[in-house]
Ligand binder design. Structure first.
Ligand code: GLU
Length: 454
């Protein structure tokens, strides 16, 4: 069996780190199995879906390193859904209902008050021809429900316990009793499809072998299996993973802008920080930056995903990102610096990387080595700085120069510790913190150093 998976976002907003979790579980699984990955836009909701959001989702996935083998849009596949709906109607499994939302609400409340489960009673199957004629005359259009196979043959009004099982590749064996569920609405009154039927039709048509998605879909799966079977389509494997939540247990809505992938990218975070956090949180692995997606693929094992919520701290994106930046070799960084318009040497990168939490942070340090800064010299340090200037060694300079120079300054002035180093740092860099001056001094060079010790 060739593994085929899909990530099926609705292009109704930007994707955030919580959406990256299913995207990557699918992508990494496909990579590991030599399978294929479909990006399928769930854009049947024409009002809320936009081409811009679809575009931004594609860009975000590309930035994370996900390259779909196939991209599809449900909005271009309505003929298939119509054909499936027709097939179900002909089989008497998709039937029209005319209740208003208020009516349904009232009925549910009544059922609850009587201590009965608020399951739809299939009143739609009992309309007389006159009633149907009247609805038509009134211009009412039906919504359509799928008749769940939870009743004895030929008697849809007697609900009987009907278990549907699946071996969830993440959660283990799952059971849903179809008699505990209302017949799902597949087509709304305005003729538009809810997510359920298009998703099933596409999974079947595209040969999806594994549906890996958030556990918020567990309840749908029993129903979906019944519809796959009604359509005579093979039922895929299902896996439902825990959802990322903040430490306080809050879910991440699509509108939680700060954690959107585009904002994390613009903030300069490393894609592997985002990927590692999105995938490893709530698993048996420590949340550490993985070297690349291949390494991450080796780490994931569906049975190692915890059953409880995957709580994470958004601040960790920054922590993991900084860890990655600190370990980046110059060869990997060179072109990235160039795209930021920075021409820097390997020695410079090695000097400043520990002081960068993102690659963009190098711009804080480039003026020190390559440009102009405003030296900071306190009035009471002027004489000290003048003495230090006198003692500045001749070039050539290397990593030992700082030590030689400051030793000479210490011997001459008697200053030591912070009193010795801080005024020199402030004069040379204009700042009170920053990279090791042992490495920075040779990059600044003698002339610029003299100019700053004014
Ligand atoms: N569009 C659905 C979602 O984003 C897809 C669910 C699924 O993977 O089946 O929740």
């Amino acid at each position: 069996m060739t593994v085929t998976v899909r990530f099926a976002p609705s292009p109704t907003g930007r994707i955030h780190i919580g959406n990256v979790r299913p995207a990557l579980f699918n992508w990494l699984y496909a990579q590991k199995q030599g399978g294929s990955f479909i990006l399928r836009f769930d854009d049947t909701d024409r009002e809320r879906s936009t081409e811009e959001f679809a575009q931004s989702i594609s860009e975000d996935l590309a930035w994370l390193g996900i390259k779909p083998d196939r991209v599809e849009k449900q909005s271009e596949r309505f003929a298939l859904y119509d054909a499936a709906a027709e097939k179900l109607k002909e089989a008497g499994l998709l039937y029209p209902c005319y209740e208003t939302a208020d009516e349904l609400e009232r009925r549910r409340n009544r059922a609850r008050a009587l201590g009965k489960p608020p399951v739809y009673d299939r009143a739609g199957l009992k309309y007389t021809d006159e009633q149907l004629e009247k609805f038509k005359e009134e211009g009412r259009t039906p919504h359509w429900r799928f008749k769940l196979p939870n009743h004895p043959e030929g008697d849809p009004f007697t609900f009987q316990r009907t278990e549907v099982h699946w071996d969830d590749v993440i959660r283990g064996r799952q059971t849903v009793d179809l008699a505990s569920l209302s017949d799902p609405v597949l087509i709304r009154g305005d003729g538009t499809y809810l997510y359920t039927l298009p998703s099933i039709v596409d999974d079947a048509d595209m040969g999806v072998t594994h549906v890996i998605r958030g556990e918020d879909h567990v309840a749908n799966t029993g129903v979906q299996i019944a519809i796959f079977e009604a359509l005579g389509a093979p039922v895929p494997f299902f896996g439902h993973h825990n959802l990322l939540t903040t430490a306080s247990g809050e879910g991440l809505s699509k509108r939680s802008g700060a954690l959107s992938i585009s904002s994390l990218r613009e903030a300069g975070y490393e894609p592997m920080a985002v990927c590692s956090l999105a995938v490893l949180t709530g698993t048996s692995h420590a949340v550490e930056p993985a070297a690349n997606l291949e390494a991450l693929a080796e780490m994931i094992d569906f049975t190692g995903i915890s059953k409880s919520a995957a709580k994470f701290d958004p601040e960790d994106v920054g922590h993991l990102s900084a860890k990655i930046v600190h370990s980046l070799p110059f060869a990997e960084v060179k072109w990235r610096l160039e795209t930021l318009g920075i021409e820097a040497s390997e020695a410079f990168w090695n000097a400043v990387k520990e002081n960068c939490s993102s690659i963009k942070d190098v711009t804080e340090w480039t003026p020190i080595a390559y440009g102009q800064i405003t030296p900071v010299i306190a009035e009471e340090d002027r004489a000290f700085i003048a003495e230090a200037k006198e003692l500045l060694p001749e070039e050539p300079w290397d990593e030992t120069t700082w030590g030689t120079w400051t030793k000479a300054v210490k011997d001459k002035t008697g200053r030591k510790g912070k009193g010795l180093f801080m005024p020199l740092r402030q004069a040379l860099t204009g700042l009170s913190h920053g990279p090791d001056l042992k490495s920075m001094l040779p990059l600044i060079g003698r002339q610029k150093t003299l100019d700053r010790l004014v």
